[in-house]
Structure formats: C-alpha cells, structure tokens
Design a protein. Structure first.
Length: 293
C-alpha cells in the first residue's frame, strides 16, 4: 500500500471576519484541511493567542484531521482578517498586523522534529513572513529535508516584500500563482519586464530558478494552466459552479493539485481534481465547507 503523502504547512491561522459573521481561515489552514480531505496527512506550524478565538481554531483543525502539535500559543492575539465581498462574490481583505502567527518561534530543535515526522513537502506563502516568523521559516528552509517545497505566494497588500518573495522563488520546486498576482510578483522579483504577457512568466521563472519543476497558473473562471520544464503547457477549464464566495478557492485548488501530484497522477488528472475541489468551495460560503466533494 502506498504511503499517504504528508505535508507540513507553515503560516497563518486567521479568523475571517465578515459584516455578519466570523469564519476560521487563513490560506495555510484552508490548504491543510483540504489536503487531508483529499486523502493526505497535514500538520500546521503556526501560533494562536490566549484569547477566545484560539480554542475554536484548534478544535476546527482537529475536527478536520490536521495535526496541531506544532501550533504554539503566544501573548499576541489570534490572527484576524476583515473581509468584504463584491456583488460577484470576490473578496477584499484587511489583514490585521502583529498577531500570533507573526511570532512563530524559531525553535532550533524544529528541523529535527520535522525530519522525524517524515513530511514530504513544506508548504508556505508570503503572509506569515511579514514578522518574526520569517526566522522560523528560514530555519526550516536551511536545515529541513523535504522532497518538495510548494509555494502559493498569496500576495496581500502591504504584507509581502522582496525577502518573502525571494524565499518563495528561490526555494520552491512547485509554485502556484494566479494570473492576477503574477504582475505583482514580477514587479518585486524582476524576472520579466512589466509589459510582457503573463504567459511568458513560467519560462522566465524556470530560467531564473533552476530548482523549480512546475508552475501552476490559475486563471479564475478561465481555469488553470500547468507549466513544466521542457513540456508543452496543459490547460483545463474551470469546473462549473454557482459562485457564492471565492474565499479559499485557490487554497483548495493548490491542496488538491499537490496531493494528486504527490501520489503520481498524470498532469490532466491533477488539474481536474484541483478544479473540482475549487468549484465545490466556490459554491459555498465557507472556505472549508462542512460537506466534502
């Protein structure tokens, strides 16, 4: 029997606060929960506060099969993001600064503990690198031992810089970006002129970063494209869905794509599984719906 793929997901735990409710979220949390739903194992390396939002966050993760043993507790408040939705269901975010996930400790024993746990992949983005937590991530990048490093850069206004982007691009073997955020990425990293089409970005990224094996470009309602070195791009349309909210769609897409990539599915099957999961999320208000695909 094939071993279940296991991922260590580094980053934020955030309560997404809407005008009428609060929902647990954060890209890493959403990603970890959906990776487990696909059939894998996931642990979240993060931090919460000593407030009323901490326990429900941990309970949610446990209920969804995510290992919480690497989540610390700090004197900073549990993460929060204020979300507003357009009439089309597209979210805009105000990410509250200086919260618990900004202060994940750089414990020198962490790389050894991670190696013993046998995680196949380290997954991270840019948001949790905006504070002290960057040191903990860089410790893992320097001393960890992973089969792959998966990055979904997830660029949020005022929450990324050249250093956090560089950590993604110089270490990722598998990269997910959206067509909307790619121009922002190139503006920071400089791998492509500003007036070049987004379709030129994968080849430019491959040329600039020799460790990079695959780039998944998501294009919203137009579907997604997989680029691999020396292979023709493969595109798939988005799976049909009635849009309720797009919050968490990209996280679920990335989790499903990575799971199927790790178990050896062909490129088309990986993309189709990812679009199916994203469509399921889009049709629900919550980033991790109660009912599964």
């Amino acid at each position: 029997m094939m071993k279940r793929p296991a991922v260590l997901v580094f980053g934020e735990i955030i309560w997404d606060v809407y005008p009428d409710k609060a929902c647990i979220g954060g890209a890493p949390l959403n990603f970890a929960a959906h990776f487990v739903r696909e059939g894998g194992r996931a642990a979240l390396l993060s931090a919460v506060g000593r407030d009323a939002l901490a326990a429900p966050a941990l309970e949610f993760l446990t209920a969804n099969g995510v290992d919480t043993r690497l989540i610390g507790q700090t004197d900073y408040p549990t993460g929060r993001c204020d979300v507003t939705l357009s009439s089309e269901g597209v979210p805009s975010y105000r990410v509250v600064p200086d919260v618990a996930y900004d202060h994940i400790p750089a414990d020198p024993t962490l790389p050894d503990a991670v190696r013993k746990a046998g995680y196949d992949v380290l997954c991270f983005g840019t948001l949790a690198q905006r504070g002290d937590s960057r040191a903990a991530l860089e410790l893992l990048l320097k001393k960890g031992d992973f089969r792959h490093i998966f990055c979904d850069v997830n660029l949020r206004p005022d929450c990324y810089d050249a250093g956090s982007v560089a950590n993604c691009l110089t270490h990722a073997t598998l990269l997910k970006i959206s067509n909307e955020e790619e121009p922002l990425l190139r503006a920071v990293a400089g791998y492509l002129p500003a007036n070049a089409p987004v379709s030129d970005a994968p080849d430019a990224l491959f040329a600039a970063h020799p460790q990079l094996k695959a780039v998944v470009l998501t294009c919203g309602a137009r579907g997604a494209i997989l680029y691999c070195r020396d292979v023709a791009p493969l595109s798939v349309p988005a799976a049909p869905a009635e849009v309720v909210s797009t919050v968490g769609a990209g996280d679920s897409f990335g989790a499903a794509w990575l799971y199927h990539y790790l178990i050896g599915d062909d490129s088309l099957a990986c993309l189709e599984a990812a679009t199916k999961r994203a469509a399921h999320v889009i049709a629900h208000a919550d980033a991790v719906p109660n009912e599964d695909v």
